[in-house]
Design a protein around this ligand. Structure first.
Ligand SMILES: Nc1ncnc2c1ncn2[C@@H]1O[C@H](COP(=O)(O)OP(=O)(O)OP(=O)(O)O)[C@@H](O)[C@H]1O
Length: 340
């Protein structure tokens, strides 16, 4: 793992058990660098949340982690395998080093206790030496940091708007200054203006505090705007991975190309929205070949039978980008500078 990587997931596979098991995440790997925002995009049901929960060690039955490793690297270079952590060590890791903000987190605040009390619970559990006045001051400072009047420390969740509650949840996730924050559709339930305000806040906090973010949403245009790098998932696998700017300008995988055509232009240019015809495959089935082949305009002979692996694109085409597509496997064999 290079110096700037804080988290590295390798070969993660997750299955939801049942009469016909769902293979929701299929041999996925990614790296998260210090201070970066890594976006994970893909249609509903492609395995984004399952991947995030696997990395955060938050899966429960019927989900089963079939295999893989998740390595965390601290500032001294020491590595920890998250999948080997248990009990107190795992709980401590989850708040202090890595925290998670869910889509519905704002509804998970305890309705019968004040916001301040809920911060207090975090500090009492994880910072037992902190005294009461210090805990109180820290809760006020955290509220202030996410743009909420510190006096609201005495408020009950129902006295706050949805946007404010989501800000409280983000402040809680940052309470112990984690190095990694996983955000799963953190603003989807909010109206667009509030969404924008909160995203700006997250960007600012990341710049100030230096944490890394894994940001999950089906909203690709949003991700292209806020991500440093992007992983595009399809049917449980990452099909394209690289710098967000590069993917926006020159998507390599036909699925990414289709997704981009499904959204309005970022610059606001109006153009016809064209979705991708067909629907994703059933993840309960074995998927021989490329899982996108049936919907792909470019499918050719190997796509129906050989599963493409995520490989770096040919040198000179797109530095730092990988794609799982036979078109590019062919391109990789071409002399430098030649397009497929
Ligand atoms: N508790 C569960 N039991 C069985 N199957 C599940 C369960 N949760 C999710 N799945 C299945 O796992 C697959 C991946 O779901 P997941 O929620 O990870 O996708 P997602 O990309 O995050 O979608 P969304 O944006 O809708 O949350 C889907 O086929 C889904 O139906």
């Amino acid at each position: 793992m290079t110096d700037d990587v804080v988290l590295r997931a390798e070969h993660i596979s997750v299955t939801y058990e049942g009469e016909r098991p769902t293979h929701a995440v299929r041999d996925v790997g990614f790296e998260l660098r210090r201070g970066e925002l890594l976006g994970i995009a893909g249609e509903s049901g492609c395995g984004k949340s399952t991947l995030a929960y696997a990395v955060a060690r938050m899966l429960g039955p019927p989900a089963r982690l079939i295999g893989g490793r998740v390595l965390y690297r601290d500032r001294t270079g020491a590595e920890t395998d998250l999948l080997a952590l248990e009990g107190d060590a795992l709980r401590a890791f989850r708040w202090s080093r890595l925290s998670v903000v869910f889509q519905s987190a704002m509804n998970a605040l305890n309705p019968v206790t004040t916001v301040g009390r809920q911060f207090d619970d975090i500090f009492r559990a994880h910072r037992p030496r902190m005294r009461r006045p210090e805990r109180y001051e820290r809760a006020r400072a955290l509220l202030d940091m996410v743009g909420i009047d510190p006096a609201r420390v005495r408020a009950y969740p129902h006295e706050l708007s949805g946007g404010m509650r989501q800000r409280v949840v983000i402040a809680m996730a940052l309470a112990l200054e984690p190095e990694i924050v996983i955000m799963d559709e953190p603003t989807t339930a909010l109206d667009v203006v509030v969404q924008r305000e909160i995203l700006d806040e997250v960007q600012r906090l990341r710049d100030d505090l230096g944490f890394s973010v894994v940001f999950i949403t089906h909203d690709l245009s949003l991700l292209l705007e806020i991500s440093d790098r992007l992983a595009v998932m399809y049917a449980g696998s990452i099909v394209e991975y690289g710098p967000a700017e590069r993917i926006a300008a020159d998507p390599a995988h036909p699925y990414t190309q289709g997704l981009l055509r499904s959204f309005p232009d970022l610059a606001g240019e109006r153009r016809a929205l064209r979705g991708i015809p067909g629907s994703p495959p059933d993840l309960r089935d074995a998927l021989p070949g490329c899982p996108f082949a049936a919907r792909c305009d470019h499918a050719f002979e190997p796509c129906g039978t050989e599963t493409p692996t995520l490989v770096p694109l040919a040198p000179g085409l797109a530095p730092g980008t990988s794609a799982a597509c036979h078109l590019h496997a062919v391109a990789g064999l071409l002399p430098e500078g030649r397009q497929p």
